[in-house]
Ligand binder design. Structure first.
Ligand SMILES: [Zn+2]
Length: 305
């Protein structure tokens, strides 16, 4: 993969701002990966009314909690720095972000639509998002409430060591997947899914709406990769090779629900899938890569995926 730094900044660099320890005092919310919605203990089953604001957060991987509860208590104290990253990792993430969003901006414009550019919040440790506190345990995610992508730079080490998916284009795939959720948000797909879920029209599990949404984000990442392949030297990501595509496919597989479940518990339970299997994720990335069109990423119509 060849890339060059961008003069545009689309990364909100919050690394080194000390996380939330100072800003929020003792109000640690436990992050988003703490394992779901806490229920009150005791009091029997009757008469408990729970008012829970559930915010859907589109993570790269399942396993952690996809939801957080409660309302947020404002932004952390102090201004949030938004600087152009000067280090290699920051510049790389910024270059990919700019490239991905330039691509979608052009695609939308060609279809007579507008694509609102957003930012990737790069942090270390923890930071505030419109969907709750982002922590390194959360993994990369897109927050529909503030329309930003959140990424702890340390996740890429984890991608290498824990998920066994090294390489710069593996990292680029992760970023492109998250911006795929922004595309879905802009297109209204995310709202449609949320409405169906609220109406009880989601079968859940392996054929559920969450898996379909996630696989479409993988497909969109493939569509973006296809654009680099077809027209090299056009933007910040200048060119990719077969080896890069393999890296992305390997990364897509490495965060498949079956892989993660097998690693974590030794068993596979399709009923609790949220992102799709290793094979499905690689297949849909490849579908996007081969077709190169957003229309080729219809993960919602088929009975099976
Ligand atoms: Zn996702």
């Amino acid at each position: 993969m060849r890339w060059r730094p961008s003069s545009t900044t689309q990364v909100e660099d919050r690394r080194g701002d000390g996380g939330l320890g100072g800003g929020l005092g003792g109000m640690r919310m436990g992050g988003l990966g703490g394992g779901g919605i806490p229920l009150p203990v005791g009091g029997g089953l009757g008469g408990i009314v729970l008012v829970i604001i559930v915010i859907v957060v589109m993570n790269l991987v399942g396993g952690g909690a996809g939801t957080t509860t409660g309302s947020l208590q404002g932004a952390p104290g102090g201004a949030i720095a938004s600087l152009a990253p000067g280090d290699d990792q920051g510049q790389f993430i910024n270059a990919v972000t700019v490239d991905v969003q330039t691509f979608w901006g052009d695609e939308f414009a060609a279809a007579g639509k507008s694509y609102p550019q957003t930012v990737l919040v790069l942090f270390t440790g923890s930071t505030q998002s419109g969907c709750g506190v982002a922590s390194s345990r959360t993994g990369p995610f897109y927050c529909p409430s503030d329309q930003k992508v959140y990424l702890d730079g340390a996740f890429f080490d984890e991608l290498h060591t824990r998920f066994g998916a090294p390489g710069d284009f593996a990292e680029a795939y992760v970023i492109a997947h998250e911006f795929g959720h922004h595309v879905q948000d802009v297109l209204g797909t995310m709202d449609q899914v949320a409405q169906k879920q609220q109406a009880g029209q989601d079968p859940g599990g392996a054929n559920g709406l969450s898996v379909r949404l996630e696989l479409q984000a993988d497909c969109f990442a493939g569509v973006w990769a296809s654009s680099i392949w077809a027209s090299p030297d056009q933007a910040n990501v200048e060119s990719i090779t077969d080896a890069d595509v393999k890296e992305a496919l390997g990364a897509a597989q490495s965060v498949g629900d079956d892989r993660i479940q097998q690693q974590a518990t030794g068993t596979i339970n399709k009923e609790s899938w949220t992102h799709g299997s290793a094979e499905q994720r690689a297949t849909w990335f490849n579908t996007g890569f081969k077709n190169g069109t957003i229309d080729g990423c219809d993960t919602f119509s088929g009975a099976t995926l």
